[in-house]
Design a protein around this ligand. Structure first.
Ligand code: ADP
Length: 236
């Protein structure tokens, strides 16, 4: 099977599961409406809602994947702290029982990145931090710099990842077995999208993790160098 056929086969399989469940529960509701008590009806409608959300997320992620090659990043001087500030409130709202702890380098130089894509990357990493750690745990977001790089770290105190699984997490449709993967929604595309976006912006992503203790993702992006940018714009 070529890569495209394989992708279509996997996507169809990923879609069939929620669709089968939506059809099954709506058929039961329709055929047995009068026999079902209120509680069961509510439970079934809730499942239909959850599975619809799962499908919507899947479709959104597949659209993002399909645009990854053609949608080139627009590299500008971006202050990573301000970009993080734009998405953080949404994550705090989504995970109100987690503690988000910021540790910004106040003198952070601008990074040469695409603001919107960087926001998507940070959202994916913080969202995973929330999904794969228990309520009440801390999620740290730190920025720093070296002479030529801007560094952003997202660390959680969650379930962690086994050493052997570390390289698999960036592959399409990979979801690891742990007690939180079964409780949370996901389709295993988030980190594939994240890594592809980071690399398209000449960045690097690294992961360190300890099972049961937590996970840290480190992003490294080039600093926006005014002279270099000027040279590029004069050449083009
Ligand atoms: P998903 O939609 O399943 O969250 P991702 O591509 O974002 O997909 O992540 C792939 C898998 O990597 C997840 O299913 C999970 O098993 C593991 N993973 C990702 N982030 C973390 C994290 N912060 N802590 C523990 N496991 C993680």
């Amino acid at each position: 099977m070529n890569i495209q056929d394989e992708f279509i086969a996997t996507v169809s399989h990923e879609m069939r599961t929620p669709l089968t469940s939506i059809r099954g529960f709506s058929q039961t509701l329709l055929s047995s409406w009068d026999k079902l008590d209120e509680e069961s009806k509510k439970k079934f409608v809730k499942i239909i809602e959850e599975q619809s959300n799962r499908l919507i997320n899947l479709v959104e992620n597949i659209l993002t994947v399909s645009k990854l090659n053609s949608d080139k990043p627009i590299l500008r001087a971006v202050n990573a702290n301000s970009s993080i500030e734009k998405v953080l409130p949404l994550l705090i709202q989504k995970y109100p029982k987690h503690n988000f702890i910021k540790n910004y380098d106040k003198n952070l130089p601008p990074a040469r990145i695409d603001d919107e894509k960087f926001q998507q990357i940070i959202t994916n990493l913080l969202d995973n931090g929330g999904k794969y750690s228990e309520e009440g745990k801390n999620i740290y977001i730190t920025t720093a710099s070296t002479d030529n790089s801007v560094i952003v770290k997202v660390r959680d105190e969650g379930v962690g990842i086994k050493k052997n699984d570390l390289e698999k997490i960036f592959e399409k449709f990979t979801r690891l077995e742990n007690h939180l993967t079964s409780k949370t929604q996901g389709n295993g595309l988030g980190l594939y999208i994240t890594k592809t976006l980071v690399e398209a912006m000449n960045g690097k992503i690294e992961v360190k993790s300890e099972e049961g203790k937590g996970t840290e993702f480190e992003l490294i992006f080039p600093i926006y160098n005014t002279e270099e940018a000027l040279k590029c714009s004069l050449q083009s």
